[in-house]
Design a protein around this ligand. Structure first.
Ligand SMILES: Nc1ncnc2c1ncn2[C@@H]1O[C@H](COP(=O)(O)OP(=O)(O)OP(=O)(O)O)[C@@H](O)[C@H]1O
Ligand SMILES: [Mg+2]
Length: 265
């Protein structure tokens, strides 16, 4: 294993079984392999239903694969069975989801989302650290603490999820459409928070999106997913200047700015 490698995914396959009587099988992820190095930002880009979230759930150990392996720091994550090892894994590998509303329990104040981070770290809740983390993501502690999830805007909820990353300082963040629910200027500032986490703490990030333009600006490497497979992989510039796969070309045509770059004007 390369010294710098953090996550290694080998031949990951997930077949969902649907239907009670007439069973149907959906191959959501099909022999996917890739590596993530320390401090690297990769993007998984693909249309709806291409298997991106399924890959993320398997990496988070929330969903078992049908076959294939996920190695974190050289260890098979499905070998981690005792609760201490799992807590350590979930402290180091952390998710920021597409719809943060679904990640919050509506009956609890949002303070709890941040307090849970201390639970994972096995340390007492530190109010000061919470306030500092909120300031890192440009939220005013006195304005948000004590509120319920529905009392915050979509952008504020998304920032709150990232505040949790500033508390936990995970080694790897799985960001599944983390900026899908916010306007363009909020999007830019949230993307900058991810870049800061990488620059300040060498956090690796798997950025999941269907927006190739966004992937181009944030990633060190882009993987294009189509129907459960990785059809192409490369640095943003490589991919844009000489796309090989027909699906990648198709995606590029839907991003006018990049398409211009690709066409050389
Ligand atoms: N729990 C499940 N049971 C059965 N099929 C599922 C389940 N979850 C996802 N699928 C199917 O697996 C495929 C991949 O879904 P997945 O959610 O991974 O796609 P995605 O790339 O994240 O899409 P999106 O961009 O819309 O979020 C789809 O065909 C989906 O319908
Ligand atoms: Mg998804």
């Amino acid at each position: 294993m390369l010294a710098n490698s953090l996550l290694k995914i080998e031949n990951l396959t997930k077949v969902y079984e649907v239907g009670l009587f007439r069973k149907k099988y959906i191959t959501a992820v099909d022999k996917v392999s890739f590596n993530v190095s320390r401090g690297e930002i990769i993007s998984l880009v693909g249309e709806s239903g291409s298997g991106k979230t399924t890959v993320a759930k398997i990496i988070l150990r929330l969903l078992p694969p049908t076959s294939g392996k996920v190695f974190y720091k050289g260890e098979d994550i499905w070998e981690k069975k005792d609760i201490d090892k799992l807590k350590e894994y979930w402290r180091e590998v952390h998710a920021v989801f597409q719809d943060p509303f679904a990640s919050f329990n509506p009956v609890y104040k949002i303070d709890r989302v941040l307090e849970q981070a201390f639970n994972l770290m096995d340390t007492p809740v530190d109010e000061n650290a919470i306030r500092e983390a909120l300031k890192e993501v440009a939220l005013l502690p006195d304005e948000v603490l004590g509120k319920y999830p529905h009392e915050l805007s979509g952008g504020q909820r998304q920032r709150l999820m990232i505040a949790r990353c500033f508390l936990l300082k995970p080694k790897l963040i799985l960001a599944d459409e983390p900026v899908s629910m916010v306007d363009a200027s909020t999007r830019a500032s949230i993307v900058n928070l991810f870049l800061r986490l990488r620059d300040e703490y060498k956090t690796s990030i798997i950025f999941i999106t269907h927006d190739l333009g966004l992937a181009y600006f944030v990633s060190d490497r882009i993987l294009i997913m189509y129907k459960g497979r990785i059809v192409e992989e490369g640095s943003p510039d490589e991919l844009i200047s000489s796309p090989k796969d027909a699906y990648t070309k198709n995606l590029l045509e839907s991003v006018p700015l990049l398409y211009g770059k690709w066409k050389g004007f």
